[in-house]
Write a protein that binds this ligand. Structure first.
Ligand code: NAP
Ligand code: ZN
Length: 349
C-alpha cells in the first residue's frame, strides 16, 4: 500500500484541508499514475457539500477530483495498454462490471451494476475510492486513457470530465455542419462545449446570464452570444436551435429554454443541480421537442474525444492553482467566476 499526500473534505461544511490517503497495492492489471494536474469540477463541490446526498451516500473524508492527468510510474505484470512514462488521464470512473450490455457497448458509465466512481465509490479492496486531489492513483488499465502528444497535461486534465461530458451529447445528438447548437452557462463544461461544437462544425450560440463573458465566448468559438437575463433573447431566438446543451449547475426554468428549441430538436441537461427541475409538458408537446440528460461518456469515446482535441488543437482554458487555493477556487466557481477551469498543480500537495 502507498500512502500519498492529498487534499480532502472532512464534512459538508468544513473547508478542504491537507490529508494523506492510502492507495491499494498495484495488481497485475493496474497502473500507478503519478498525478501532475487535477481539474476542479463543479461536481466535486456538489459532492463534498452534500448537494447530491439524495442520490449519493457521501463518505468523509473524501479527496475529490476526477479530471486527472499524469504520467505512468509503475505497471502491474499483466498490463499491456500502458507503459512507464506514458502520458495518461483518468476521468470520472475507475471500474465497471465489463460484462453487461452497456459495458460491452463501451458505455461503462451506464454499467447495469453501476460503474465505480473515481471518488465516493467502493474500490477493489473494499475501501472508498479517493480522487485526484492527490499525488498518485492506482487504476485498472482499462480505465486509463492516453493523452496525445501536443496537448499539455495541464490543459488536458479538464477534458477528462468537462471535455467528455460535452463531447458525448454533441456527438450523440448530431452537432455538426448545418446544425445550430446553443450552450447554456459558460463555465467549465460550457466553455468546452463551445470549443467542441465549433470544431465539429456547428453554428454555436452561448446563452449566459449576462454579456460579461461575451468577448471570451466569441474567442472560444461561438458565433453568437446572448444574455438570458434579457427577455428579448427569448423572443429573438424562439425555435432556433436543433440542440441546446444546458450546463448550468443551479435550478433554472426549463420552459423558456425549451421554446428556443426547433421542431424535433432537443434540450439536453448535463448540469446536475441539487434541486429537481420541472417543466410544462406543452413546451415539449408543441414542437415535438425532447428533453434529455447525458452523463460523461464511455472509455472508448473518451479516447476518441482526446484524439479529436489533439487533431483540432483544443485544450481547456485554465487557471493553474496551488493546493492551498482550492477553497478559494470553490468559492469562485460558486460565484460563476471561473475562466474557465481551475486546475490544481499537484506538486504543491
Ligand atoms: P461551472 O464551471 O460552475 O459552470 C456553470 C455555469 O452555469 C456558470 O459558469 C454560469 O455560467 C452558469 N450558472 C451558474 N449558476 C447559475 C444560475 N443560478 N443561473 C443561471 N446560470 C448559472 O460548473 P461545471 O463544472 O461546468 O459543471 C456544471 C454542471 O454540470 C454542474 O452541476 C456539474 O455537477 C454538472 N456535471 C455533470 C456531468 C454529467 O456527466 N452530466 C459531468 C460534469 C459536471 P454563466 O456565467 O455563463 O451564466
Ligand atoms: Zn466532473
Amino acid at each position: 500500500m502507498l500512502t500519498v499526500n492529498a487534499y480532502a473534505a472532512t464534512s459538508a461544511t468544513e473547508p478542504l484541508a491537507p490529508a494523506t490517503i492510502d492507495r491499494r497495492d498495484i495488481g497485475p492489471h493496474d497502473v500507478l499514475v503519478e498525478i501532475k494536474y487535477c481539474g476542479i469540477c463543479h461536481s466535486d463541490i456538489h459532492y463534498v457539500r452534500g448537494d447530491w446526498a439524495a442520490v449519493f451516500d457521501v463518505q468523509y473524508p473524501v479527496a475529490p477530483g476526477h479530471e486527472i492527468a499524469g504520467i505512468v510510474s509503475d505497471v502491474g505484470s499483466e498490463v499491456t495498454r500502458h507503459a512507464v512514462g506514458d502520458r495518461v488521464g483518468v476521468g470520472c470512473m475507475v471500474g465497471s462490471c465489463g460484462e453487461c450490455v452497456n459495458c460491452r457497448k463501451g458505455e461503462e458509465q451506464h454499467c447495469v451494476k453501476g460503474c465505480t466512481l473515481t471518488y465516493g465509490g467502493i474500490d477493489k479492496d473494499g475501501r472508498p475510492t479517493q480522487g485526484g486531489y492527490s499525488t498518485h492513483i492506482v487504476v485498472g488499465e482499462d480505465f486509463v486513457v492516453r493523452i496525445p502528444e501536443g496537448i499539455g497535461l495541464d490543459v488536458a486534465a479538464p477534458l477528462l470530465c468537462a471535455g467528455i461530458t460535452t463531447y458525448s451529447p454533441l456527438r450523440h445528438w448530431g452537432a455538426g455542419p448545418g446544425t445550430k447548437v446553443a450552450v447554456v452557462g459558460l463555465g467549465g463544461l460550457g466553455h468546452m462545449a463551445v470549443k467542441l461544437a465549433h470544431a465539429l462544425g456547428a453554428e454555436v450560440t452561448v446563452l449566459s446570464q449576462s454579456l460579461k463573458k461575451r468577448e471570451d465566448g466569441l474567442r472560444l468559438g461561438a458565433d453568437h452570444f446572448h444574455a438570458t437575463g434579457d427577455p428579448a433573447t427569448f423572443e429573438t431566438l424562439a425555435g432556433s436551435f436543433d440542440l441546446i446543451v444546458n450546463t448550468v449547475s443551479a435550478r433554472i426554468d426549463l420552459d423558456p429554454l425549451l421554446w428556443l428549441v426547433s421542431v424535433d430538436g432537443s434540450l439536453v441537461n448535463v448540469g446536475a443541480p441539487a434541486e429537481p427541475l420541472s417543466l410544462n409538458v406543452f413546451s415539449l408537446i408543441m414542437g415535438r421537442r425532447s428533453f434529455a440528460g447525458s452523463m460523461i461518456g464511455g472509455i472508448r469515446e473518451t479516447q476518441e474525444m482526446l484524439d479529436f482535441c489533439a487533431e483540432h488543437h483544443l485544450g481547456a482554458d485554465i487557471e493553474l492553482i496551488p493546493a492551498g487555493k482550492i477553497n478559494e477556487a470553490y468559492d469562485r466557481v460558486l460565484a460563476s467566476d471561473v475562466r474557465y477551469r481551475f486546475v490544481i498543480d499537484t506538486s504543491t500537495l
